[in-house]
Design a protein around this ligand. Structure first.
Ligand code: MG
Ligand code: MG
Length: 265
């Protein structure tokens, strides 16, 4: 989740492990974890309006998760102090909820996880509060559709590189840049499991996707350059050039019938 949750923590923590395939029973728990987090994120966005604080959004997400008998997946993980990451405008990921007041025109990303029976889900959505612009609408549309393209490529027998290149192939022709230092990942008993799922790459390369693999696919798209930096709070990742950034994420199971999005109500 902080810089450590980038590719590094995934590979350092699990370098000896291959992909972790889930049984039907495990997938059942993950489907429920996905449903709960989708519910929680929707509840927070239902309340999103100018004047609300990011801490209030976080409290809504936490309340929704706990009302379903689940646990927040991010709270305390690597020391993160909240249930949701709330990232605004040039913030890409890992924004810490607090006293910041949401303004009209803000591009707000909520990234959240829930745990059910020990299994994680991971989900992010971006929306504009109040008055938007075509620049912001296009950024959101491109990021959302690049996630859809990545999910479509997450088929049994394909490879990680097919998912990566589907995302990159959607975003790059539209003159945006994809964050390179933070990537998607496997999900399961741990929020971050192997394999890494970069948002750029070459089709036909990388790990072959097997039935039972569950991936968090999460394009992070910048209006300007791909470079990032971390604020003094040691969590919030922003675009190095201050340009707007957008993030969508779904937890997706590879099944015999194709990719199945778990983070839906
Ligand atoms: Mg996430
Ligand atoms: Mg993730």
């Amino acid at each position: 989740m902080n810089s450590e949750s980038t590719p590094k923590i995934v590979s350092n923590g699990n370098s000896a492990l291959g992909p972790i395939l889930k049984t039907g029973l495990e997938l059942q728990a993950m489907r429920e974890a996905g449903r709960v987090v989708a519910f929680a994120v929707r509840k927070a966005f239902d309340a999103l309006e100018q004047g609300i604080t990011t801490r209030e959004l976080d409290a809504i997400a936490r309340g929704a998760i706990e009302s379903e008998g689940a646990k927040p997946g991010f709270l305390g993980l690597y020391g993160f102090p909240a249930t949701a990451c709330v990232s605004i405008n040039e913030e890409i990921v890992h924004g810490i909820p607090g006293d910041r007041i949401v303004r009209s025109g803000d591009l707000v990303t909520l990234d959240c996880g829930a745990i059910v029976d020990g299994y994680n889900s991971d989900h992010a959505i971006t929306e504009v509060v109040g008055d938007s612009t075509s620049e912001k609408d296009n950024l959101i549309d491109t990021t959302r559709k690049s996630l859809e393209a990545g999910i479509k490529a997450a088929r049994y027998g394909n490879r990680i590189g097919d998912v990566s290149s589907a995302i990159e192939g959607y975003v790059v022709p539209r003159s945006y840049e994809l964050v390179r230092e933070y990537v998607g990942h496997g999900v399961g008993k741990r929020l971050h499991e192997p394999p890494q799922v970069p948002n750029f790459g070459t089709s036909g390369q990388g790990l072959e996707l097997q039935v039972g693999l569950v991936l968090a696919i999460e394009p992070m798209v910048n209006v300007g350059g791909w470079q990032t930096r971390i604020l003094d709070d040691e969590w919030t990742v922003v675009t190095a050039d201050g340009s707007l950034s957008c993030h969508f994420e779904h937890t997706v199971a590879i099944t015999e019938d194709g990719p199945q999005v778990l983070t839906v109500e």
